[in-house]
Every structure is written in structure tokens, then in C-alpha cells.
Design a protein around this ligand. Structure first.
Ligand code: DHB
Length: 356
């Protein structure tokens, strides 16, 4: 009794959380799950084995005046963030454990999807994690079939393969190494769960780093299109890697690990994110959805992402700084914009950005 739409993710709203902030534990994720505005829950990028991540301090927030800001400060609208967390996470077994999913989704009244993100330290780790996920989904389905009273929603609705983590010291960002990127997709597509004749057994997305040169967009999209049979979506962008912030009073590098170089996020990256959404939408096969992510903090930002062609929009830094209340607020703002503009559904404006 697997569903027929195995490559569809049924988000209950057009926005949900980005993997990363406030996604490491079931306690944190439960707050996203109960938020009506969040259309899904995406877990922190997992590695094969749990790890602590990089040394502290590994995050930095500052407002447009250059003053240091804190997470959960009242004014977050112009805050720039940097992180070099180095993938602190509880390990894949935690994020696919039915108990974790149950705890995460317990207070959720609608049927929003629970999704996992993987960011293996090696290709082999990614392949092993995908096989673990497949096994977990299969076991959960069997459990449900044997006992239909069991909660069907305690399952993994999609997997996001992170090709974009910039903070693993000594490891290149896979999405910037096109040979490696192709190799990863090739090996992933030959796993049993992505049989060549039938649709994949679960929806797969990839998270990409930002690109800045049209030739790189074309190279990335060409590879992704080759593997469209296993790809439901492409999420773009991850942080802009290897940014540097200076702690001005201390005259020091603001974050400690990785020589102070860290992933940049927040409103500063929105324009790069819009360009990546727009250009990927232009270059990718139409069967692959684009999920926009990067600097989104208002309904207007979401509206712009959708105009550029996004099917859904993830919220990362704003969720980090404002907390899970951001999803309801952003949805309210988007509804107001749609009302003002006379749009009744997302399809009325998705991808309809006008050319000169
Ligand atoms: C981390 C940062 C990222 O941008 C990412 O994609 C994965 C992990 C981190 O430092 O934990």
C-alpha cells in the first residue's frame, strides 16, 4: 500500500524550515510541527555518526550598523549571520527513528510531511544513510499495513541530499566539484531504492550551493537534468561559503573554526538566492521543482521567490533568529499580498516574473 505519488511531497503550506537552525532535536522540530504556517518539517543535516561539530564560537550575528546581535533579539530584520557549525547532529539513526518522528510530529494537527536531510562526509556515508532511510520507510510502511490504526504520518516523506555544506574542514563543497557531483548522483541513482523502471521509493531533493557564473549554472543544471528520474526538487541556495566577519571591538575574527571563514546567511544573500532560483528554473527540466531558500524573512520575500519560479520556500536564518513564530507571520504577510494583488492561488503568479 505504498502511495502512487511517490515523487510528490504534500506540503501543507508553501513555506517550511530550512535544514540547519532549530532542527537538531525532536524538541526543536516539534515547534515547527505545531506551527500552522510551516508546511513541513525538515531535520538537521545528518551524518552517519553523531558529531559535536566545530569549536565555539561558531556563529555570529550582526545588524546593519555592525553591532553584534543575538539570536531571539527583538530586531532581526537587518541581521546578517555567519556560521561554521561543522554539522553538529545526532546522527542519521536518530533522525529516522520512529520515536524521534513521533515526538516531532505529536502536536501537529494537519498531515504535514517530516523530511530528513543528509550530508555525508563521504559518498559511501551518503549511500549508507540512504539505505538506512529506505529500510526505515519500508519498516514503517509494513508496521502501518499490519496495524492500520497506527499513525501513518510517522514516516519519512522526503530526503534532502546536501551537496553544499561549506563548513567541513578540509572537504570541498560537492556542488562546486562537478565531477564529484555527477559521481554522487550516479551512485545514488544506482541504489536499489531508485530502480530505473519505477518511480523512486521516496522523493529526493538536493541542496545546492549558490552559483555566480552562468557557465557554472549550466554545468550544474546539465548534471541534475541527467538524473531527473530520481530528483523531485532542487533547493537553492545554501549559505554563501567562506565569508569573514570581524568582531570590531575585539579586532578579531568573529567565528573561531575554519580560520574564521564561515557560511553567510540572512537578508544579504536574498538577491543571490533569487538569481539562483530564477536561473535554475530556466535551466532545469520542468519535472524538477525548485525550492527557494536564502534570506527570506517576509511574505514579500516569499512572493518574489515564487515569482522567480519557486514551488516552495524554505526559511533558515529568520527561523533561527525569530523562532518558529516566523512561519505564521510570513504566511499572513503572503496572504495579504495575494489579496492586495488579486491572486487567489500560488499558480496565479508562480514563475510569472515579467521580462523587460
Ligand atoms: C552546516 C552548514 C551548512 O551550510 C550546511 O549546509 C550544513 C552544515 C554546518 O556548519 O553545520
Amino acid at each position: 500500500t505504498t502511495t502512487t505519488n511517490n515523487n510528490v511531497i504534500h506540503l501543507t503550506s508553501v513555506i517550511y524550515n530550512a535544514s540547519g537552525p532549530r532542527t537538531g532535536t525532536s524538541t526543536a522540530m516539534a515547534k515547527i510541527a505545531v506551527s500552522e504556517g510551516a508546511g513541513g518539517v525538515l531535520a538537521k543535516s545528518a551524518t552517519l555518526v553523531a558529531q559535536k561539530g566545530n569549536d565555539l564560537p561558531r556563529t555570529w550575528h550582526e545588524d546593519s550598523n555592525g553591532a553584534a546581535a543575538a539570536a531571539s533579539s527583538s530586531s532581526t530584520s537587518s541581521t546578517t549571520s555567519l556560521n561554521s557549525e561543522g554539522l553538529p547532529n545526532n546522527g542519521i539513526d536518530y533522525y529516522i527513528n520512529p520515536q524521534t518522528i513521533r515526538e516531532t510530529m505529536a502536536g501537529c494537527t494537519n498531515r504535514k510531511p517530516y523530511m530528513v536531510s543528509i550530508s555525508g562526509k563521504t559518498l559511501n556515508d551518503n549511500l549508507q544513510m540512504l539505505q538506512k532511510i529506505y529500510k526505515a520507510i519500508h519498516e514503517q510502511q509494513q508496521q502501518h499495513d499490519a496495524n492500520p490504526g497506527d499513525d501513518e504520518k510517522i514516516n519519512i516523506a522526503a530526503v534532502e541530499l546536501n551537496l553544499a555544506c561549506p563548513n567541513i574542514i578540509g572537504k570541498p563543497t560537492i556542488g562546486y566539484d562537478f565531477e564529484q557531483m555527477e559521481d554522487v548522483l550516479k551512485r545514488v541513482s544506482s541504489l536499489p531504492c531508485f530502480g530505473t523502471t519505477s518511480p523512486p521509493l521516496f522523493p529526493l531533493g538536493v541542496k545546492l550551493p549558490p552559483y555566480f557564473d552562468r557557465s557554472h549554472f549550466i554545468m550544474a543544471a546539465t548534471i541534475l537534468n541527467k538524473y531527473k528520474h530520481i530528483l523531485t526538487y532542487v533547493a537553492t541556495i545554501n549559505t554563501i561559503g567562506n565569508a569573514l566577519a570581524v568582531d570590531y571591538p575585539a579586532e578579531m575574527k568573529a567565528v573561531r573554526p575554519n580560520g574564521g571563514y564561515a557560511g553567510l546567511s540572512g537578508p544579504a544573500v536574498k538577491y543571490t538566492a533569487l538569481a539562483n532560483v530564477c536561473m535554475m528554473r530556466e535551466l532545469l527540466d520542468e519535472s524538477i521543482d525548485v525550492v527557494g531558500v536564502g534570506g527570506v524573512q517576509t511574505g514579500k520575500d516569499v512572493f518574489e521567490m515564487i515569482l522567480c519560479g519557486a514551488h516552495a520556500v524554505q526559511v533558515g536564518t529568520c527561523h533561527w533568529l525569530e523562532g518558529p513564530g516566523c512561519f505564521d507571520r510570513i504566511c499572513r504577510e503572503l496572504r495579504l499580498i495575494m489579496k492586495e494583488k488579486g491572486y487567489t492561488k500560488i499558480e496565479d503568479f508562480r514563475g510569472k516574473l515579467k521580462e523587460w
